[in-house]
Every structure is written in structure tokens, then in C-alpha cells.
Design a binder for this molecule. Structure first.
Ligand code: MN
Length: 486
């Protein structure tokens, strides 16, 4: 069978996603489209379809993410250097420096065989540096990878696993850190069966057993709530089931002894309302109808996740022996939850230089910080350790006594927290109170902990601190202070 989903896509379809496209936008996309067609003339994908379909699918995803014309054009051109044998100079002449930068940035992590992060730290570092300069490089790369994953069945079996593993270990986590949940979830679920076939089958089976009961429960809660909202005049834009992605279900199951009974959000009901006030009113009505499970109410509107995610969550007993999670948010929050950083970029007016990391929300500053620290480090082993620890691990969200949220890699200690606030606070660390209790230096912080750092002017870093410091930031500062002392 030939996979041929994109033959109908023309430049106009791509342009139709741009809000108020200018003449120049249209011309740019038409030119890039024609250029890509010519560069990939006669080339075929493993599926047998024309190669150009791949770059059109990439550009289409970028258009759906509401990226600008420059990014869509770069998506069309992203393989012309490597696969189309076009000279860089030609791209520069035809499309200018900005598009050449994007295309080259995407190409950087290009042709190599993925055999685990270790082998690729150098190309990954270059790629992240390009991303720090302009995050659109990463977004194009994610769209490119998505189509490669969608057509992975046509690739040789030994390559399939490698590509899927790289997707799980690098691209999906990066999409998650950017808050682009539509891409993260899709990438993970496409990769999951190739990387962990047995576990995938197991999760699917567990889910299948529960599916009918869950659907019934969600549907009955939906109908009851709809009536109540109507009576109480809370206007609902959308209310419906949210399907949990298999891979994220698998990750949860792993933490809960593979017992699906212990996962509370397998079934979830999503409610979208008009404004923030209605979010809280809706939450009140939900709790009026169903008993909330203690400790499961989460207000990510008042305290957004570090990647920008906002929503109210609660888990409730449905009265029939079951439980469901309910998520309440506005339309804007929904858009941000799905598109993350892409939503911010696409709503930015004016020149596209604004997409560089400098002007990005705080949630992205880590890429820049990280590449800054790495500039002077030639040892790639160290780079990789930091990268794995700081960015590809799950995060914990910890609070200052003032209520500011600090996000840290799992297993971070109070010393990491202190340095994340300020190097001065880290350097004069004398102790920490976690949730009001004096705690040991090597305590592992958990999400929701409130951490207060005690400092003393006379206190200074010791080699013992290094044993508890996990983040690159803490370790670097401590090492620098120890070196000065010698
Ligand atoms: Mn490609």
C-alpha cells in the first residue's frame, strides 16, 4: 500500500492557516513549495510516495500550529540541503539568511544513527544552541519527526526501533518542556509500540478491560453536570471525555505497580468555560455534585506549571464505586495546553525576529541558560550528564515561602533549590526548612514542598555539598567556590 496522504495539499492549503496573510507571505510559501518540489524531484520515501510529500506534511503541521510564513517555508525547505543536494548559497540567495539559519539549524541533528544519547551529545549540543537562538528550529524539527514517526512502518525494522527510541528520549521530552502537548502525546504514542512492544500490549489490554465502564462513567457525569451547569447559568463551551495517551498511562502505571485501579485520571472529563471566574464556579458545582478525593484538587490557574500549563484539576468519587478526574479551563488555556510555546509565537505580531529565545516566556529560558553554561565546557561527558539530569528527567515543582514556583529535576535537594533561587543564597546555605521542618541537606524534594532556605554570612560551599547537588547550576557554583578556596 502506498501512503499518500498529502498529494492534495497545495500552497493555498498551507496559506489558509495564516491569519491575515500578506502578499509577501503567500509569495514566500508558493516559492518555497515550488523550490522543494524541484529539489526533491524524482526522490521517493520508503513508503513509495514522492519525497516532497514529507516536507509538505511537515509544513502542514507547522501551519496547524499557527506558525508564521517564514517557519512554514523553512518547513518546506528543511531537507533541501541534505536530501535535495542544494547549496547553502542558493538557499540564501533565494530565501535570505533567516530561512537559511532555520534550515541549517534543523539539519544539524540530521543524519546519524541514534544509539542512545551518549553517542550524540555533540550534535545535540549544536542543535540546542541553534534552538536557543531561535526556538522555531526545534518546532520544525518536531513537526519533521512527527511525520517520520507517522510513516515509520515503511522503514526497515532495525531502524524503526532506533528512531522510535530517539523520539522517546529526546524529541517527546523537548516537546513537553515547550508545553506543546499535542506533539508530545502523539510522538510518544507513535514511538511506544516500537520501543516497548510488550508493555504497550499490556497497557492496551489493561485499558481495554476498563474502557466500557470508564466511558459509561464519564458520560453519565457529563450529562448530570451539563444539567446542573444549565440550571446555574454557567456557560459551557465544551464538555467531553479526554482520552489519556497510552504512553503517559504507562508511565503512571509504572509508578503504581502497574495497578490501573491506582491511577485516578485514566478517565477524565474536560470542561471548557468562558472565563476564569467560571472555572471556579464550575469547580464549585462539580464538588457540590460529587465528593472530591482529598488532596486531588490542583489549581494550576493560580499556580501554573513551569511550562505554562493552566487548568483546574479535581478527582471525584462518582458514587458508583468509581472515580474520574475533571479538568476545567478556558478556551485560551486549552489552546496553550495544546500548543504551548507555539501558541505564544503565533500570537506575536510583527517581525519574526521576536521568535528568538530572548523574547520567549520564562518557561523557555532554560534552553538559553543551559547553552550559556555549556559554552566553555569542552568535555561532552559532562554536558550529557547535565542534560540528562536537568532536562530529560521528570520535574518537581517546589514553592518558596512567598509562593513562587521553582521547577527542578526529580531527586533535587535543598541545595539545588537554593542555587536555583540565587547563587548568593546557594553560596551561603546554612540549612533548609521543608514544610516548616528543619531537614537534612540531602532530602529529596517532592512536588508541592514549601522550602525555606536559611543562610549565614559565614557559611560557604564544602565538598560535602557536591554529594547532594544534582543540578548543573548548583554543581558548577560549588565547584567554582571550592576551586577559589584552594
Ligand atoms: Mn525531514
Amino acid at each position: 500500500m502506498i501512503h499518500n496522504s498529502n498529494t492534495m495539499l497545495d500552497p493555498d492549503t498551507l496559506i489558509s492557516h495564516i491569519k491575515n496573510p500578506r502578499k509577501a507571505d503567500k509569495a514566500l510559501i508558493e516559492n518555497a513549495y515550488a523550490f522543494a518540489q524541484q529539489a526533491h524531484e524524482g526522490q521517493k520515501r520508503f513508503s513509495g510516495e514522492p519525497y516532497v510529500n514529507h516536507v509538505i506534511a511537515t509544513a502542514q503541521k507547522l501551519a496547524e500550529l499557527h506558525m508564521d510564513a517564514t517557519t512554514i517555508a523553512a518547513g518546506l525547505l528543511h531537507d533541501v540541503l541534505e536530501d535535495g543536494n542544494v547549496e547553502e548559497e542558493t538557499v540564501r540567495k533565494e530565501f535570505g539568511d533567516e530561512i537559511l539559519f532555520l534550515v541549517k539549524g534543523v539539519t544539524k541533528l540530521g543524519k546519524y544513527k541514534y544509539k542512545g544519547l551518549e553517542r550524540h551529545s555533540e550534535s545535540l549540543r549544536k542543535f540546542l544552541i541553534a534552538t536557543a537562538q531561535d526556538v522555531r528550529v526545534l518546532i520544525i524539527r518536531l513537526a519533521d519527526r512527527l511525520h517520520n514517526m507517522q510513516t515509520l512502518e515503511y522503514v526497515r525494522p532495525d531502524k524503526q526501533k532506533r528512531i522510535a527510541l530517539e523520539t522517546l528520549e529526546i524529541y517527546a521530552p523537548l516537546a513537553g518542556r515547550l508545553g506543546i502537548d499535542v506533539l508530545r502525546g502523539e510522538l510518544e504514542d507513535l514511538a511506544f509500540p516500537y520501543v516497548y512492544p510488550k508493555e504497550y500490549a499490556q497497557v492496551r489490554e489493561l485499558h481495554r478491560e476498563q474502557k466500557k465502564a470508564l466511558e459509561k462513567r464519564v458520560e453519565s457525569a457529563r450529562r448530570t453536570l451539563l444539567t446542573l451547569f444549565h440550571e446555574e447559568n454557567v456557560e459551557i463551551s465544551y464538555i467531553g471525555a479526554r482520552v489519556k495517551h497510552y504512553y503517559s498511562l504507562y508511565k503512571k502505571l509504572k509508578k503504581r505497580d502497574m495497578d490501573i485501579e491506582k491511577v485516578f485520571d485514566v478517565a477524565a472529563l474536560r470542561i471548557i468555560v468562558k472565563n476564569v471566574g467560571d472555572c471556579y464556579r464550575a469547580l464549585g458545582l462539580v464538588h457540590q455534585l460529587f465528593t472530591p478525593i482529598p488532596g486531588r484538587v490542583k489549581d494550576y490557574i493560580a499556580s501554573p506549571k513551569p511550562n505554562g500549563y493552566r487548568s483546574l484539576h479535581t478527582s471525584v468519587f462518582t458514587g458508583d464505586g468509581g472515580r474520574i478526574e475533571i479538568q476545567i479551563r478556558t478556551e485560551a488555556m486549552q489552546r496553550e495546553a495544546e500548543y504551548g510555546i507555539a501558541a505564544h509565537l503565533s500570537y506575536k505580531e510583527g517581525d519574526s525576529k521576536g521568535a528568538s529565545a530572548q523574547s520567549l516566556p520564562k518557561s523557555l529560558s532554560w534552553i538559553q541558560q543551559f547553552t550559556e553554561w555549556q559554552k566553555n565546557i569542552s568535555e561532552s561527558g559532562e554536558f550529557l550528564k547535565d542534560l540528562k539530569m536537568d532536562f530529560f528527567r521528570d520535574r518537581v515543582f517546589v514553592f518558596t515561602p512567598q509562593g513562587d514556583v521553582i521547577d527542578l529535576p526529580e531527586e533535587s535537594s535543598p541545595i539545588d533549590f537554593a542555587y536555583a533561587i540565587h547563587s548568593e543564597i546557594g553560596d551561603h546555605f546554612a540549612g533548609a526548612k521543608i514544610n516548616g521542618k528543619l531537614s537534612a541537606l540531602d532530602t529529596k524534594l517532592k512536588s508541592g514542598d514549601i522550602v525555606e532556605i536559611i543562610t549565614k554570612e559565614s557559611s560557604k560551599p564544602s565538598s560535602k555539598w557536591l554529594e547532594s547537588a544534582k543540578t548543573a547550576m548548583a554543581r558548577k557554583n560549588i565547584k567554582a567556590a571550592l576551586a577559589k578556596d584552594k
